[in-house]
Write a new protein. Structure first.
Length: 181
């Protein structure tokens, strides 16, 4: 399969994911949304298997088997009333996976980056990490492991601004001095 067909397959998979997510917003269409998302994932996995850069299919097959087993068992065992907690955990896992893939890719090809690729990787690491931690907090609140009241303190906005500036400064620093592979 040519690279053009793989790219088109990824585009189709992305559209199916978006349509599936949209249909998950209503209980009446949620089952259909799951089916669309499953089809999108199947297309993405098959397209990935046709990429020429893949050296070993073993890890992909192991990932598909483990992911299918976890998803299948979760779908059967988790009660409907606990579905928000499961969605929070799965969302967090997706964010963590995004951050880890971007970090791995950064270490694999550094320091030969194009500006766009480096920016995309750094944003994936930041957004994926924030998604992971935010989803863990959402799970803990939904599971009533922590209180539902927001934690606020004096000077919180200043601390948040400092954290954002630090993340941006670190991202800029990394882009000018990429790590050795």
């Amino acid at each position: 399969m040519s690279a053009q067909y793989v790219d088109i397959s990824y585009l189709v998979a992305a559209v199916l994911f978006m349509l599936g997510l949209k249909r998950l917003s209503s209980p009446a269409t949620a089952r259909n949304g799951n089916k669309l998302s499953m089809l999108g994932m199947a297309i993405a996995v098959v397209a990935t298997l046709f990429k020429q850069e893949i050296l070993s299919f073993n890890l992909i097959i192991v990932g598909v088997v483990i992911g299918s087993a976890i998803g299948g068992v979760s779908a059967r065992r988790v009660k409907m009333t606990a579905m928000p907690q499961m969605v929070a955990i799965f969302n967090g896992c997706g964010g963590a996976a995004s951050a880890l893939v971007a970090l791995s890719e950064y270490h694999r090809v550094a320091p030969e980056f194009e500006t766009f690729l480096l920016t995309t990787m750094l944003l994936s690491i930041i957004i994926g990490s924030l998604t992971f931690t935010g989803s863990l907090i959402a799970f803990a609140k939904l599971q009533e492991l922590i209180g539902g009241k927001p934690t606020v303190y004096r000077g919180q906005q200043i601390v948040n601004a400092i954290l954002v500036i630090a993340m941006i400064a670190l991202a800029i620093g990394v882009s000018f001095t990429p790590a050795d592979p």
